[in-house]
Design a protein around this ligand. Structure first.
Ligand code: SF4
Ligand code: MSK
Length: 594
């Protein structure tokens, strides 16, 4: 029995169950990897062309790799690439991949908005007309006399144009403080088009193109900015238009939200397009009736990772867990269907599902998995496909083996739904009370905690310990992604958690009835953090870098987190990564980034 893998109390008994059921988990595979590749860790391995892979020698490599028959003596790649070039290229490619993931998510939402405006979808509607109008005006679209569908169509087309773009400057860049915009202009890193920056990054990192590490990193920052102030911001804003801008909600979290008497459906991944339809489908009276006929009390929909955050923020749907909980959800033996779309879905899930009755369904043409049934999702038939998926889950209820079920029985309550608009509303209509509290020292700053879990560290521990330490020092914490779920599981997303905060932060939270840790949404919703920081900076007439604002990704693992870290830095936010990125092989790159 080994419990140092996680601090999540609901996960612990399931680690033992997995062992008993002979299910291999992420931690087992991590152990099987043994020592990490030293070249990979330092970032000095390159396979960008077929003269390689090339590896470079380095003083911090173990002795057998520096002296003797297996030593690597090269100080340059075959093409002549230096430490700086190889490290900078690898990092930049990671940024491009992360930015691509967030931005392709944004593109899907824009496409769904377009189809909805043309009445070509089933089940979707425009829920936040106020935001639709405001965004249309921001994009220079004439709003007077236009109906919501006409406006939505024009906005969707304008936003889709941001991906290729010939106008040469992303629209949302103009939200940033003037000083920040000027700095980007001076450094020539103002993002020009979302796809353009990602493509250019891939081009520049091809063999024999950009070999200057600083020039590469600058393009890396521009690519990341096209994510934070582009793809991610598009995803957040247009999701709000389609599905509603989040307001404070109460819900529950951890694997204990699975219900022994209900048909359990876990939706996992990132894009709310599918999950929103599933949320509608589980309320369909015929399906609820069918679930009862099959012997269940009803249908229990819950979320995993960022899909969970999307559903939680807008509908208060319970959250089963974060990244390292996904396999364990199936190990409960109580999940009739796990439905996945894109990003952060372990390819191992099919193997785990084979050990139980769980039906694992992939839905995106972009993401198919071994040992998984594919039901392709299509917005034009969204509601019907969602109902079909729910029906498949219901009909699988009879295959559950009650003797193999273990549901931890203690979900934790939480409060979420803090969009920028909700924070302003909670403060009584403006950011002034927050700014005044910072000025008079009651709140000493704002820290944004984001990002994943990583089996290199004890699950959730860095997120939770860091958050507790920050609130104790009167620093308001805002969170997204798996970080927010980690702290929710630890009970920090409740108004009562203010008792753990310093006196100043505690008094503010108590008077407003809010937690000291505010859940702002999914990974793409990290763009909400940029909006809050910008609003404060603009109100004070300063740059974001002048504010007492910091960001951290305490347990990150994804390339998306590399992109987030890079756009946070480029936006002027002091940023800390809880685990080092693979850059230590170049002292020049390390110096530039730190
Ligand atoms: Fe080696 Fe240069 Fe090719 Fe990279 S690009 S694999 S360093 S030859
Ligand atoms: S889901 S990117 S593990 S935060 Fe957004 Fe969590 Fe990281 Fe995926």
């Amino acid at each position: 029995m080994t419990y140092e893998k996680t601090i999540d109390e609901a996960a612990k008994p399931l680690l033992d169950k997995a062992k008993k059921d002979k299910v291999e988990l992420v931690w087992d595979r991590f152990e099987k990897q043994g020592d990490k590749c030293n070249f990979g860790e330092l970032g000095i391995c390159c396979k960008n062309c077929n003269m390689g892979p090339c590896r470079l020698t380095h003083p911090s490599l173990p002795i057998h790799l520096r002296i003797g028959p297996f030593a690597v003596k090269a100080e340059k790649g075959v093409c002549g690439a230096s430490y700086d070039t190889i490290v900078a290229r690898n990092l930049s490619r990671a940024i491009a991949a992360g930015a691509a993931a967030h931005s392709d998510h944004g593109r899907e939402i824009a496409h769904t908005l377009l189809l909805t405006s043309e009445n070509k979808t089933s089940g979707y509607e425009i829920k936040d007309e106020k935001k639709l109008k405001a965004l249309a005006a921001e994009f220079g679209i004439e709003t007077t006399g236009k109906g919501k569908h006409e406006l939505a169509r024009e906005l969707a087309l304008a936003v889709l144009d941001e991906f290729g773009m010939i106008k040469g400057r992303l629209q949302f860049v103009e939200r940033a403080p003037q000083a920040r915009q000027k700095r980007w202009k001076d450094l020539e890193i103002t993002p020009r088009g979302i796809d353009r920056e990602i493509v250019e990054m891939m081009h520049r990192t091809h063999i024999g193109v950009d070999n200057d590490y600083a020039n590469l990193i600058l393009q890396g920052l521009r690519t990341a900015l096209s994510d934070g102030w582009g793809g991610s911001m598009v995803a957040t804003e247009l999701s709000d238009v389609l599905f509603g801008t989040p307001k404070p909600v109460i819900s529950r979290v951890n694997l204990g939200v699975l219900d022994e008497k209900n048909v359990n459906i876990v939706v996992h991944g990132h894009e709310p397009i599918l999950s929103e339809m599933l949320a509608e489908a589980v309320e369909d009276s015929e399906l609820v009736e069918l679930a009862k006929m099959e012997g269940a009390t009803g249908i229990n929909l819950c979320g995993m990772c960022c899909t969970a955050n999307e559903l939680l923020m807008r509908r208060g749907i319970p959250v089963a867990g974060n990244f390292l909980n996904q396999e364990l959800a199936i190990v409960t033996g109580a999940v009739e269907a796990m439905v996945v779309d894109v990003q952060c879905i372990m390819p191992s899930l099919g193997e785990v599902a084979k050990c139980y009755h769980t039906l694992l369904l992939s839905t995106s043409p972009k993401a198919k998995f071994p040992n998984t049934e594919h039901i392709e999702f299509d917005e034009e038939k969204g509601f019907d496909i969602a109902k079909e998926i729910v029906k498949r889950a219901i009909l699988n209820f009879k295959n559950r083996n009650p003797n193999r079920v273990l549901i931890p029985s203690y979900p934790v309550n939480m409060m979420a739904g803090f969009s920028a608009e909700a924070i302003i509303a909670a403060l009584g209509g403006s950011l002034t009370p927050l700014i005044e509290s910072i000025k008079n020292g009651k709140i000493r700053g704002i820290a944004a905690l984001v990002g994943c879990n990583n089996p290199k560290v004890v699950q959730d521990k860095n997120h939770v310990e860091m958050t507790k330490a920050l609130i104790k020092k009167d620093i308001l914490v805002i969170e997204t992604g798996c970080s927010a779920i980690a702290c929710a599981k630890a009970g920090l997303l409740l108004p009562d958690a203010a008792d753990m905060a310093g006196e100043g932060l505690k008094s503010i939270c108590k008077s407003l009835g809010i937690p000291p840790v505010l859940h702002m949404g999914s990974c793409v919703d990290t763009s909400r953090i940029l909006v809050v920081a910008t609003s404060i900076a603009n109100e004070l007439g300063v740059d974001i870098s002048d504010l007492p604002v910091a960001a951290a990704a305490p347990e990150w693992m994804s390339e998306k987190a590399v992109s987030i870290g890079a756009y946070a830095v480029a936006s002027g936010i002091f940023t800390l990564l809880g685990l080092p990125p693979a850059i230590m092989g170049s002292s020049n790159v390390v110096e530039l980034l730190t």
